[in-house]
Design a protein around this ligand. Structure first.
Ligand SMILES: NC(=O)c1ccc[n+]([C@@H]2O[C@H](COP(=O)([O-])OP(=O)(O)OC[C@H]3O[C@@H](n4cnc5c(N)ncnc54)[C@H](O)[C@@H]3O)[C@@H](O)[C@H]2O)c1
Length: 440
C-alpha cells in the first residue's frame, strides 16, 4: 500500500453538470444518462459505469468496478443544465440533432423538456456558421457577461439543490487563435475582460465564470478556453481541476489505437491520409475554415507525440499526415471517417491499411461527458487542482503543464488514468513488470 492516501471527501448530495452548448453531444449525454438511470439503456462506452480496475497482483483476483473502488457521484444524484444561443429545450434540440430515435427520447421526454437552456454568452465573430439564434446575453463588458454567468450558476445551484457543480464545454468549435498577451496571466486577463479585449472568446468567459464560482471545468472542443497561463493560474488559485481539449472520439480515437501498435512493432509510416464526411451542426460550423483550423491543429498533433519522429527518423521523419473534414448534410450525425495508411515493413517493402469507420459522433462523445463530469468532481473532492493530465484519455489534444508534450497513446493514457485512481486510493501502482510471479 502507498504510504499516504489523500483524503477524498464523500460524494454526498447532488452534482450539477452544466454544459455551455446544448446541441448533439450535450443532449445525447443528458438523454442517455436519464435513460440509463431509468434502466432503459446500458452505459456502453463509459469507463466510470462499466469499467473494472485490477488491484494488486494478478493472483489476488481483485478486480472491482471503478465506481465501487473510487467514490463517484451516482447517476441518480445528477442534475443537468446548460446554455445555448438557441432557446430549444433539450428534448427539441435532441430531436433536431437527430442522433437518438424519437421513441428513445419520448421515454424520457418529460425530464428532457425541463432542461431549458439559459441565454448564452455568444459572438458570431467566434462561431461563424450559426444563424437564427434567439437568446444571447447582452452586457456592457465581457466582465459583466462573466458576472451574469456567475449569477446563472448560483441560481442553478440553489434551484436544483446541488452540493457541487462541474462545467463541461459542449459548445461549437470557436475559430482558431493563438494565445495573446491578455492570456499570459490572471491580472492581464481580468483587465482584458473589463475592457472587452477582442482576444477573449466566449468559451473563456464561461471558464472564468466557472472557476470564479468554484466550479471545475473541462473543455470538449479544440478552442483554447482553459489552455493558457491565466486560466491555469486561476484554477490553481481557486484549488480547482481543469482539463481539455477536444473529446477524443471517431477517427482520432482509432488513430491513437492503431499508431501505437504500428510503432510498438517498429513498422514505418510514410503517409496517413484521414478524411471525414459529416452533416450535423458541428460539421456545418467546421465548414468555416477558421473553426476547422482549431480542429485540424488538434487532430494533426496526435501522431507526432506517439511516433516520435525525432527518436525514430528512419521510420517516421517522412510521414505525410493530412486531415480533412467535409460538411455533407445527408449524413447527419452519422460520420464516415476514412483512413489510408501507407506503412513500410522489412527491407522497406510498402503496405497499406484502409480503415472505414462508420461512426456516430455523439454516441461516442456522450459517455466521455459523463466520465469527465464524474472524474472532475472526484478530483475536486480529492483536492486536486490545475491541469488534470490523468484525464488525457478523453482528449484529442490533452492539456499539459506548459512546455510538456502530451501523451496521445490511448494505452499509455489508460494506464495513467488507472494508476492515478490506484494512487488516489492508496493502492500499489501496477508496473506490469511481472517478475514477482517468478520469484521464490
Ligand atoms: N461529437 C463528437 O464526437 C465530438 C468530438 C470532439 C469534439 N466535439 C466538439 O464538441 C462540441 C459540440 O459538438 P456537437 O456535435 O454537440 O455540436 P452541435 O453543433 O450540435 O452543438 C453545439 C451547440 O453549441 C451551441 N453554442 C455555440 N456557441 C455557444 C456559446 N458561446 N455558448 C453556448 N452555446 C453555444 C450551438 O448553438 C449548438 O447548439 C463541438 O465543438 C465539437 O467540435 C464533438
Amino acid at each position: 500500500m502507498a504510504e499516504t492516501v489523500p483524503e477524498v471527501a464523500p460524494a454526498t448530495g447532488k452534482l450539477g453538470i452544466l454544459t455551455p452548448g446544448m446541441g448533439a453531444v450535450a443532449t445525447t449525454f443528458y438523454a442517455g444518462t436519464l435513460s440509463i438511470r431509468k434502466g432503459y439503456s446500458q452505459p456502453i462506452g463509459s469507463l466510470t459505469q462499466m469499467g473494472h480496475i485490477r488491484l494488486g497482483k494478478r493472483t489476488e483476483k481483485r478486480n472491482p468496478m471503478i465506481k465501487d473502488f473510487v467514490p463517484l457521484a451516482g447517476l441518480d444524484d445528477l442534475e443537468f443544465g446548460g446554455w445555448d444561443p438557441y432557446s430549444d429545450d433539450a428534448y427539441t434540440s435532441a430531436m433536431k440533432a437527430g442522433v437518438l430515435q424519437p421513441a428513445h427520447l419520448e421515454a424520457i421526454g418529460e425530464e428532457l423538456r425541463m432542461i431549458q437552456p439559459m441565454p448564452a454568452v455568444f459572438s458570431p465573430d467566434w462561431v461563424k456558421r450559426l444563424e437564427g439564434y434567439d437568446q444571447v446575453k447582452d452586457a456592457r463588458t465581457k466582465m459583466d457577461l462573466a458576472e451574469l454567468l456567475m449569477e446563472d450558476i448560483e441560481r442553478f445551484r440553489t434551484q436544483h439543490e446541488c452540493e457541487r457543480l462541474v462545467m463541461i464545454w459542449c459548445g461549437s468549435t470557436e475559430v482558431y487563435r493563438e494565445p495573446a498577451a491578455v492570456h499570459q496571466d490572471l491580472e492581464a486577463f481580468e483587465k482584458g475582460l473589463k475592457i472587452s479585449d477582442p482576444n477573449i472568446a466566449p468559451s473563456q468567459i464561461y471558464a472564468y465564470a466557472a472557476l470564479q464560482a468554484g466550479v471545475p471545468f473541462a473543455n470538449g472542443a479544440p478552442n483554447l478556453t482553459v489552455d493558457f497561463p491565466a486560466m491555469m493560474e486561476l484554477a490553481n488559485l481557486r484549488g480547482l481541476p481543469i482539463c481539455g481539449k477536444d473529446f477524443k472520439t471517431g477517427q482520432t480515437l482509432i488513430k491513437t489505437m492503431v499508431a501505437p501498435g504500428l510503432k510498438a512493432r517498429m513498422l514505418g509510416i510514410k503517409g496517413w491520409f484521414s478524411t471525414n464526411i459529416l452533416g450535423n451542426r458541428d460539421g456545418e460550423v467546421l465548414d468555416d475554415p477558421e473553426s476547422f483550423r482549431s480542429k485540424e491543429v488538434s487532430k494533426l498533433g496526435v501522431l507526432e507525440t506517439i511516433l516520435q519522429p525525432e527518436v525514430y527518423p528512419d521510420l517516421y521523419s517522412d510521414l505525410y499526415h493530412v486531415v480533412r473534414i467535409n460538411y455533407y448534410p445527408p449524413r447527419g450525425d452519422d460520420k464516415e471517417g476514412w483512413d489510408n495508411i501507407d506503412i513500410v515493413g522489412w527491407m522497406g517493402y510498402p503496405m497499406q491499411i484502409k480503415i472505414d469507420f462508420l461512426c456516430k459522433d455523439s454516441i461516442l462523445a456522450a459517455p466521455i461527458v459523463l466520465d469527465l463530469a464524474l472524474f472532475l468532481d472526484l478530483a475536486a473532492r480529492a483536492g486536486k487542482s490545475g491541469v488534470q493530465e490523468w484525464l488525457s484519455f478523453y482528449f484529442k489534444s490533452p492539456q499539459t503543464a506548459p512546455g510538456l508534450y502530451p501523451e496521445n497513446d490511448l494505452f499509455i493514457q489508460s494506464t495513467k488514468l488507472k494508476n492515478n485512481l490506484r494512487a488516489l486510493m492508496g493502492e500499489e501502482l501496477i508496473t506490469h513488470l511481472g517478475t514477482e510471479y517468478y520469484e521464490e
